[in-house]
Ligand binder design. Structure first.
Ligand code: BGC
Length: 364
């Protein structure tokens, strides 16, 4: 079968025409026919050869970690899935270190050794191929009603994990969330930012998205459709943003732009939480008034939280929330998918991304 891969030694991208079709070898194995795979910034980093590692013994890495498929076969001990069901695979697999408490309890998203593997990213082949086999415990069911948008589950899990943690962290505050309207600022209007904005709106936050592109643009339309506000950083400074929003309770950062993050961190409101999800590139050093940042953080009881990947709880929540978004804002949700490509053309959206979410359509 075909698979879309990157070849680090020759710095090339190509289709592997004879990638072996996987077989179920354990009683808890589930075989999926891949329907769609999303492309994201991590794929671009891997395709630029600054990130990602092929599995041992391979000179290529099959790409794809935002996948969505249909069950075609199950192992003898699988009771959770049947052929015809839709399912979404998790990305990360645990390390083997006995002392890694996180991985030993199936929470490799908090892995303590950094020896984890990730499908399509780190030492495991990904999902940009026709069939994959997974252990049932790494799959979450997706209802048939979400067939058109199921590929958005994985990027949404990043926001879900962040918000699960945000609730826990902010439970330190001795009042009810409903005591006043909470102001959230989302940095970045890519898929992780926009899905995060939806998740925040769904939880009752007032949401302002701050991103590079000037209006009119599709992301700004989506923000307005969900009842949020959009500002372009080309027209509105961080000071003006803060003046418009008022005290910021939560910043959800989804750009990986370190300069912007620190500028907005300085403007976080009292008792605020700043959540970092974007993985920054290496852009050199910048000077910052670190005293002012620390002073603010202490005197205003602020928290800074980094988060990566997602556990099973976030996957299940993402599936439920995606159904809720689909009920509330069906056009905005579908509007996130701006490009559809055949597997043969995967290099195009990976190397020259345009629009919001590009997907590779593999099965129907
Ligand atoms: C993926 C995560 C992964 C992270 C770091 C992201 O693009 O969505 O699952 O943990 O990259 O490799």
């Amino acid at each position: 079968m075909r698979a879309a891969a990157v070849f680090p030694a020759t710095k090339t991208l190509g289709i592997v025409p004879d990638f072996p079709e996987p077989r179920i070898t354990s009683p808890k194995g589930v075989k999926l026919r891949i329907l769609q795979v999303g492309v994201c910034g991590t794929d671009r980093e891997i395709a630029s050869f600054v990130y990602g590692t092929p599995p041992e013994g391979y000179e290529y890495l099959v790409l794809g970690h935002e996948a969505f498929g249909e069950v075609v076969e199950v192992g003898a001990a699988v009771t959770e899935f049947r052929p015809g069901d839709l399912a979404i695979p998790m990305v990360r697999r645990p390390c083997v270190a006995p002392e890694c408490v996180a991985c030993r309890m199936d929470r490799s998203d908090f892995c303590m050794t950094a020896e984890y593997t990730e499908r399509g990213i780190m030492r495991l082949h990904g999902f940009m191929t026709e069939y994959v086999v997974e252990e049932a415990r790494y799959l979450s069911p997706v209802p048939a009603s979400l067939r058109e948008v199921g590929v958005l589950v994985e990027p949404l899990t990043i926001a879900e994990k962040a918000l699960l943690e945000a609730v826990r962290v902010q439970s330190r505050l001795p009042w009810d969330f409903a005591a006043y309207e909470h102001q959230a600022v989302v940095l970045g209007a890519g898929p992780v930012g926009l899905l995060g904005a939806m998740a925040l709106r769904h939880r009752g936050y007032a949401v302002t998205v701050y991103s590079l592109d000037r209006e009119p643009n599709r992301a700004a339309d989506i923000v307005q459709a969900i009842g949020g506000k959009y500002y372009s950083s080309q027209d509105v400074t961080v000071e003006q943003l803060v003046a418009a929003v008022g005290a910021i309770d939560l910043v959800y950062e989804a750009t990986g732009a370190a300069n912007l993050a620190f500028e907005v961190l300085r403007a976080l409101g009292p008792n605020g939480l700043f959540v970092l999800t974007g993985v920054p590139g290496r852009h050199g050093t910048t000077e910052f008034d670190t005293d002012a940042i620390l002073l603010n953080m202490v005197l205003k009881n602020q928290c800074l939280l980094g988060t990566v990947n997602a556990g099973k709880d976030a996957f299940e929540l993402a599936v439920a929330d995606l159904a809720a978004f689909d009920g509330k804002w069906p056009a905005a949700l579908r509007g996130l998918i701006t490009g559809r490509f055949a597997m043969e053309d995967f290099a195009e959206p990976v190397l020259r991304p345009a629009g919001i979410k590009n997907i590779i359509e593999i099965g129907r």
